[in-house]
Design a protein around this ligand. Structure first.
Ligand code: PLP
Length: 387
């Protein structure tokens, strides 16, 4: 396969504005956190429509400081989905709390509020819903549960920058929301993340935890040595963002509406291409949402096929198309099995989704002809392997 013929799974869209901004930053000499991180935080905060934004070195870091800021720790339980990236569960373990998994719905692969409700105990301190693939979760039902039982909603919006739920931007709904700007995400700074919240106290504590627990505030106010004095007020982490990365973020954010439109166009094209292919279940935006299509995850009806998902992926790769699987369920990984025992069989929707899911290429620079080729190749493979 030639390089041109090969279709990657994801690619960032970096423009001249990003490049010029990075060069400007390097010339200015602010190679770590400085004025551009502030600019990026303010722009992101205003875009989401929320009072505070705290930039972080990754989406994982943003989630971790969110839990730390909320004062969650040993003895507390946090409910999340088994159909996610390991980071969502790892952060709960980092702070010494107990992750409690709740199964997903099969129509949108998001956490099922009915399953969340079953898992609530007096120790439940928060739930971390993941807006899978860029499709918002059923926030109204989750908010109602959180209010009734008095726990926090900390959203993992690693897939969902720019997504909307019933006219509200993701980030402006739950108590805190963490975004990721990792290379494969729908907007990127290479590595980076952002935590947003309307709560001033949570924002202040999150910022403290992301900066080694260092604070100058009280010294600046009360001491004539304010310019060098500081206090380590908590056991924090080295999780700040740099101006070099914020330079990318400022322009990625400005570009986000266009990036989203391009992804939505590709999703519509795939939906049309698979319209009359019964062996493939196609994802759809459900309800009153704006889906940002970080991922396009089809599900093979393997009972109709003579090949399994693994073979399908191999055949796609042989024909020059990269695909992947989002996600291998959390409880299938050995580290969690060692810790929690064998939970297989407890999350039937997650497990049955996992058997058939395949993520197809989706990114703004993917051409109409390439989408067509992916769709036709996938269709051809399933037609040749009908049971
Ligand atoms: C990417 C991702 C994260 C972690 O983001 P990083 O920026 O890579 O730390 C967390 N949760 C989900 C669902 C993700 O996809």
């Amino acid at each position: 396969m030639t390089d041109e013929g090969y279709i990657a799974l994801s690619k960032p869209t970096i423009g001249q504005e990003e490049i010029d901004e990075v060069v400007d930053t390097l010339r200015a000499g602010w190679v770590t956190e400085g004025p551009k991180v502030r600019r990026f935080e303010e722009a992101f905060r205003d875009y989401v429509g929320v009072a505070h934004a705290v930039a972080a070195s990754s989406g994982t870091a943003a989630l971790h400081v969110a839990l730390a800021a909320a004062g969650i720790g040993p003895g507390d339980e946090v409910i999340t989905t088994p159909f996610t990236f390991c980071a969502t569960v790892n952060v709960i373990l980092y702070i010494g709390a107990t992750p409690v998994l709740a199964d997903i719905r099969l129509d949108d692969y998001n956490i099922d509020p009915g399953e969340v409700e079953k898992m609530i105990t007096p120790r439940t301190k928060a739930t971390i819903p993941v807006h899978f693939a860029g499709q918002p979760c059923d926030m109204d039902r989750l908010l109602a549960l959180a209010r009734e039982h008095g726990f926090l909603i900390i959203e993992d919006a690693a897939h969902a920058a720019g997504a909307e739920y019933r006219g509200r931007r993701i980030g402006s709904i739950g108590d805190m929301t963490a975004f990721s700007f990792y290379a494969s995400k729908n907007m990127t700074t290479g590595e980076g993340g952002m935590l947003v919240t309307d709560d001033e106290g949570l924002a202040r504590r999150a910022r403290l935890f992301a900066h080694q627990g260092l604070t100058r505030d009280s010294w600046a106010r009360y001491s004539h040595n304010g310019f060098w004095q500081h206090d380590v007020a908590a056991l924090g982490f080295k999780y700040n963002m740099s101006d070099v990365l914020a330079s990318l973020g400022i322009h990625q954010l400005a570009r986000l509406p266009h990036l989203t439109e391009a992804r939505q166009r590709i999703a519509r094209q795939y939906q049309q291409l698979f319209e009359s292919v019964p062996e493939i279940v196609v994802p759809e935006a459900l309800g009153e949402v704006s889906h940002v299509w970080h991922l396009f995850v089809i599900r093979l009806r393997t009972e109709m096929l003579s090949i399994d998902r693994g073979r399908f992926i191999e055949l796609m790769r042989d024909r020059g198309i990269a695909t992947s699987v989002h996600y291998i369920p959390i409880h299938y990984h050995s580290a969690y099995c060692q810790r929690f025992g064998d939970l297989r069989g407890q999350f039937p929707n997650t497990e049955s989704a996992y058997e058939g899911i395949v993520s197809l290429p989706i990114y703004p620079s993917l051409t109409e002809a390439q989408v067509q080729r992916v769709g036709e190749t996938a269709t051809d493979i399933v037609r040749r392997h009908r049971r």
